[in-house]
Design a protein. Structure first.
Length: 215
């Protein structure tokens, strides 16, 4: 199975192609800060070219659904859903928190993991996972005091991941592959941006690929 993974949840505009048998085939990453919409399709095309495969060769599309940059997440989700619809392939949403947890487990072995992402406005996004990756605390926005308390109360066996806003793009592809393998034949729910703050939650009614000027 070949999966295109997209991550625009933070400053990076990233894409990679992952083959469940051969591993990563190619990637392209730009550190933009902003402007993901203008560059994402070019980044995807570069990743496909590096992998030496065509868009039609893909079996699924994975995308970071946040939490993260509200604009960046919307761009990534819209693009993933548009590509999946055009290809007739599934799209799978992966949170930045579970991707960061996977990266930690790959580096340090299977241990319980607490992931914290700075959210601004005096808050942090937090989630917890068991040693096998099963969520034990769903993603939530907490005050910095509450998040600090969770970190300080974590036991010695718990990996605490903080100070990062997203994971390597490959983690999104790997998690999507695992989810598809766990439910063969099932149609995944279409990815949606993960909003954890009501004041910032302004989801669009529908998602579409950005139109070119004059289109």
């Amino acid at each position: 199975m070949r999966i295109l993974a997209i991550d625009t949840a933070a400053s990076l505009c990233a894409a990679c192609v992952f083959d469940t048998q051969a591993g990563e085939l190619g990637r392209s990453v730009l550190d933009l800060g902003k402007g993901h919409a203008e560059h994402l399709m070019g980044v995807i095309d570069a990743a496909l070219a590096n992998a030496n495969i065509a868009m039609d060769d893909l079996d699924a599309v994975a995308v970071s659904v946040g939490p993260g940059s509200f604009t960046g997440v919307r761009v990534g989700v819209a693009t993933a859903r548009g590509l999946a619809l055009a290809l007739g392939k599934p799209a799978i949403g992966i949170t930045t928190l579970e991707a960061l947890a996977l990266g930690a487990r790959d580096a340090d072995g299977p241990r319980p993991t607490l992931v914290r992402i700075e959210a601004g406005r005096g808050q942090a996004y937090v989630a917890e996972f068991a040693a096998d990756g099963t969520p034990t605390r769903a993603p939530v926005a907490l005050s910095l005091e509450e998040a600090d308390r969770l970190v300080s109360d974590a036991d010695a066996q718990t990996l605490v991941i903080a100070g990062r806003s997203t994971s390597d793009v490959l983690a999104y592809a790997q998690l999507a592959a695992a989810k598809l393998a766990a439910n063969p034949g099932a149609v995944p729910e279409r990815p949606k941006p993960l909003y954890l703050r009501d004041a910032d939650a302004k989801p669009q009614g529908d998602f579409a690929l950005p139109r070119k000027s004059g289109a």
